[in-house]
Unconditional design. Structure first.
Ligand code: PEP
Length: 261
């Protein structure tokens, strides 16, 4: 199926999401935004999401305010609105700084900072209750894939989300399938591998009463050389990109690829 046919069916543009991780403080983020805006124009077939570090959120959302195709988001939040949680940021705070979306359960949060499936689901539900969109990351490690446990891990990660997020709220939730072995390694999942897990996720949530077609991005070593092949698969609604999103020229080039293929 061509992208045009798929978009005709889903009425949904492709999402290109940039996860800057712990890169680009306010000054670097401002100069990225300026250069990127000079290089790109809004395009109806795509939506551009940026996840700067929390301290750069306000700068990026201010710089991008004239662009209806851009959504700025936080990389992480606490589920409580305020209180004695030193070092955390709340959903109302990131919303005030311009965030419309929140990355939840990125593999670095899960594996380096010990976030559990339960906490990830709690955050996603809180983000939805506050009226923002969660972009919830799921994915297996290399050991899990090699021991044939990919499906088991994906179902285990989905279960608390299905329990905590009411079926009708899933229309505002976006999933990112990010195999841990593909993140920052230069080794992306094949389009077939990614598509297979996307279908598993859709089948699982559909069987549990979630109506419609849940949006799912793929993430893990996406770059200008593989994005067209990945986005040629109708199971993918976009990409979540770390390393290749850090340079404004490279990112502007990447977001120009795939949408018309
Ligand atoms: C990510 O940070 O979510 C990611 C997919 O990183 P990279 O593109 O560098 O693999």
């Amino acid at each position: 199926m061509t992208h045009e046919a798929r978009r005709g069916l889903t009425m949904r543009p492709l999402i290109y999401a940039a996860n800057w991780k712990m890169n680009h403080g306010p000054a670097a983020a401002a100069s990225f935004a300026k250069r990127f805006l000079d290089l790109t124009a809004p395009a109806p077939e795509r939506s551009l999401w940026f996840f700067p570090p929390a301290v750069s959120l306000a700068v990026v959302s201010q710089a991008m305010r004239s662009r209806p195709d851009v959504l700025v988001g936080a990389q992480n939040v606490h589920w409580e609105a305020k209180g004695a949680f030193t070092g955390e940021v709340s959903i109302p705070m990131v919303h005030e700084a311009g965030a419309g979306v929140v990355l939840v359960g990125h593999s670095e949060r899960r594996h380096l900072f010990g976030e559990t499936d339960e906490q990830v689901a709690r955050k996603a539900a809180a983000v939805l209750r506050a009226g923002l969109k969660p972009l919830v990351c799921l994915g297996e490690t290399l050991a899990e894939r090699e021991s044939g446990r990919t499906e088991h891990v994906i179902l285990r990660q989905l279960e608390p989300l299905l329990e905590k997020v009411p079926a009708e709220e899933w229309a505002r939730l976006v999933i990112a399938y990010e195999p841990v072995w593909a993140i920052g390694t230069g080794k992306n999942a094949t389009p077939d591998d990614a598509a297979q897990v996307h279908e598993l996720i859709r089948f699982t949530v559909g069987r549990r009463g979630v109506p419609g077609r849940v949006s799912i991005l793929y993430g893990g070593s996406v770059n200008a050389g593989n994005v067209i092949a990945l986005l040629a698969r109708p199971e993918l609604d976009g990409v979540l990109v770390g390393g290749a999103s850090l340079d404004p020229d490279g990112w502007a080039e990447l977001v120009g690829l795939g949408a018309g293929s």
